[in-house]
Structure formats: C-alpha cells, structure tokens
Design a binder for this molecule. Structure first.
Ligand code: PA5
Length: 431
C-alpha cells in the first residue's frame, strides 16, 4: 500500500452478517473488474481511471505557465463553473489555504448560482482590481456559468484593451465543440481541455481543477502523485476502496440509505460538497441510491446531532479523520478557572477534537448508527489527490455494485428543460 489512508469499519461490521458482507465484497470485486475492463455502462466516461498516468504532460506545463501569468497580472482569479466544474477546485483550495490567510492570489468562485446579488456584488468588488477569468464548462452551454461569464467579461472588456484580454481569460472546455469553445477560438483565448471521456464530477485532477489550484499556489504535481498512488492501491487485493464500496452497498441492503460524510476540520466543508455531488449524481438514479449528506463536527452536533442520535434509523456515518493537524494549541491555564476548564490543561485543542470524534462515534454506535472511519495522515496536496481518486474509484465500483451507470446524470436535465421553457429559450416551447 502506497498511501496512508486506513479504513476502520469496526463500528459497521456488527450490522452485517458474514454472508452479507462476503456477498457485498464479491459484488464489489465484480464492480472493480467491470470498471477496469471497461465493460460496464458508461464505459466511454472512464478517462479518469488511468489519468494520473496518462494525463497530457504538455497541457500540465501550459497550466503552470498560465498560473504564473495570472498570478503576475491579477489580484483575483474568478473561476466560473458549476457542479463538477468547480467543486474539486474549491474543495482543494479551501482545505489547503490557512484559515484567515491567502497563499497565492485570491480565488473566487462564481457561476454556481443565479444570484443577482452575488454577481453584482462580485462585479463591484472586482471593479478596482486586476482580475482574470477561468471559465470552466465541459458542455460550454450551461446557463449559470454562461450568465456569470457574460457579466464579468463585460467588466473585463471595460478594464483592458483587446490585446490584453488574452492574458486575462482562460477557458477550460471541450476540445472541439460547444459555445465556450467557439468563443475561445473567435477571441484567440488560451484553452484547456475537459477530456471527452471524463464527466465533470470525475475531473478535478484534469485542467478543470488543476489550473485554479495552481493559481492558488499549491503543488499540482503532488496531487497527481497522490492520485497515482491511490490508483495503484485500488487495484490491490482487498483494497480500502473495495471495502468502502462493499460496505456502502451491504449497509444499503439493510436499509441504511443515508450516508453522512463527517469531518472535524471545517476546512474540509467543500471536500464534503464535492463528495456529495460525486456520489449523489453517480448513484441516485433508477429510484436507487444512498442519499449523501454531510456534516462538520462538532459544529453540527449542535444542530443535526439530535437527529443522528435518535431520529429514523436509516443513517450510517463515514468519518474523515486527520491524524496530524497542521498546527496545535495548548489549552491555557487560568488561575481563577471560572469556566472550569483547568481539567483540560496539559491537553491541547486537537486532543479535545480527537476525543470528540471518538466519543461521538461511540454515542452514534450506541444509538444504532453504523460508523466507518477513513483516516489520513494530514491535509496536504498528496493526501487530497489520494482522497479524490479513492472516492472516485470507490464510487465507480459502488455504482456498478448498486446496478446503475455511475457516469451519466440524465436527471439533471429535468429542471433545465422546465427553466428553458419558462424563459422562452429558442427551441423550447411552453406547454
Ligand atoms: O458532473 C457533472 O458532469 C456535472 O456536475 C457538470 O460538471 C455540471 O453540470 C456542469 O456542466 P458543464 O461543465 O458542462 O458546464
């Protein structure tokens, strides 16, 4: 095993008989085989499987070059995209950026809602700043990012001369088609590729994620190395990825149909958002799936804790445990001890956080919530690359085990169709 991720399911196994577990493990192995042999549904969307090795090296150098151009000419990079086109980048940047600090230039995300307040206030914020845009859309036609691009491009055109624009607009889209691609060709903007055989939610380790991450000052090579190690580990007999996929399906078969991914580090909030999209969009179809939810603890123990402890018993939890936090802090001694906290002197705040994790898992176990713990050494580029790949391959295996195509998202079209009809988009008629 190359990575340091460990799965501990001692608080989940007791809900499963040996036969149930053995069957789910066998099914997950079949799922992995289907994935690696590319014989399952959606097999034209498996470009991400070998990507940590097959990625375009020339494009990676262009990504780094573009990142240094942007860093030199801008105070802010606005990443315009929705769903898989931004969640991985935001997850990484939030996880790696020290709280209340900025490592590289400021990276702001837009085009992931249709909030006029957000967009107009962002435009005001950018008014007197040097900024660049990275527009990310595989289809190149998604409405939310298209609106944001139109608004912010208009501002950009007011600030810079025509020939300067090329140094401020970078597009990540399909290699050959789509409205965004056309805009890129017409304006001669630098373009990066969302590979044909890679869906948005599996694309964080391509230019989709790597350009914004490099702009924020983080080491993308280390991320790719982490993903490569996860790729190799996942192919090992009885890997952690196989076990995670097997456990999820075994628990689902026992009616545990909600999974809560939990972290005790608030900076992982967007990693949870990324994971929710990955599993929700990959598995929620054909009236099947596990509903992916997320919590930040201990914060949400004071809001969702009651439900998790005593509500409907169809939940299981997967806890992300970080063995070595970036920094630590001693609980200071106070002579007066009015708050009664002196019993913690000699411990540090992370000891308290670790105990909170153990105590919560114990309480949830007593309350009938199966628990899986995924531990990694630390939050850094390597481990994030590893985690992204780990969750992606486990998701592919899990989706096949569940009996769905984990690589399409037909249901996402329903709201778009209604919206286009209501807005009178050409080609859509009101019913
Ligand atoms: O995972 C997916 O495929 C989706 O979430 C897409 O990333 C999202 O819908 C955005 O699509 P696009 O990149 O085409 O604008």
């Amino acid at each position: 095993m190359k990575g340091n991720l460990k799965l501990d399911a001692s608080l989940a196994y007791k809900y499963l008989s040996e036969d149930e577990l053995a069957k789910a493990r066998e099914d997950a192995k079949e799922g992995l085989k289907t994935l690696l042999n590319k014989t399952g549904e959606g097999n034209d969307f498996l470009g991400w499987v070998d990507y940590p090795v097959t990625y375009d090296k020339e494009e990676l150098s262009r990504i780094k070059k573009a990142a240094s151009t942007i860093t030199m000419n801008s105070d802010v990079l606005v990443v315009i995209g929705i769903g898989g086109s931004y969640l991985g980048a935001q997850a990484t940047i939030d996880a790696l950026t020290p709280y209340f600090e900025q490592k590289g230039l400021e990276v702001i995300f837009a085009g992931n809602s249709v909030s006029s307040t957000y967009l107009s206030q962002l435009r005001d914020y950018l008014w007197d700043k040097d900024f660049s845009l990275n527009v990310v859309s595989k289809s190149g036609t998604t409405t939310e990012p298209a609106i944001a691009f139109r608004v912010l491009f208009e501002l950009l055109k007011k600030k810079y001369m025509k020939e300067e624009l090329k140094e401020h607009v970078f597009l990540t889209t399909d290699r050959a088609k789509g409205a965004l691609h056309e805009i890129g060709v017409k304006n001669d903007f630098e373009m990066f590729v969302v590979p044909d055989d890679m869906g948005g939610r599996y694309s964080v380790l391509s230019a989709v994620g790597l350009l914004p991450i490099a702009c924020a000052g983080f080491d993308v090579d280390k991320m790719i190395k982490g993903a490569k190690d996860a790729m190799e580990d996942a192919k090992e007999e009885n890997s952690e990825a196989l076990e995670y996929a097997a456990l999820r399906n075994a628990l689902l078969r026992k009616e545990f149909n909600i999974e809560i991914l939990e972290s005790y580090e608030p900076s992982l909030s967007f990693l949870i958002e990324w994971w929710k999209q990955l599993y929700g969009e990959s598995e929620g179809k054909g009236n099947k799936g596990i509903f992916p939810a997320g919590c930040i603890f201990t914060r949400d123990l004071h809001s969702m804790g009651q439900y998790i402890q005593e509500g409907r018993r169809n939940l299981f939890e997967t806890v992300l445990d970080i063995r070595n936090p970036k920094t630590d802090l001693d609980v200071p001694f106070d002579k007066e001890n009015l708050d009664g906290l002196n019993y913690l002197v000699g411990k540090n705040v992370n000891d308290v956080n670790s105990v909170a994790l153990l105590a919560t898992m114990k309480a949830h176990d007593e309350g009938g919530v199966p628990g899986i713990k995924l531990s990694i050494d630390e939050i850094d580029e390597y481990n994030l690359g590893y985690l992204f790949y780990f969750f992606e391959i486990a998701c592919g295996i899990s989706g096949y085990t569940l009996g769905v195509n984990p690589f399409n998202q037909p249901g996402v079209e329903a709201y778009k169709k209604n919206m286009f009809e209501m807005l009178g988009k050409p080609g859509y008629t009101k019913k």
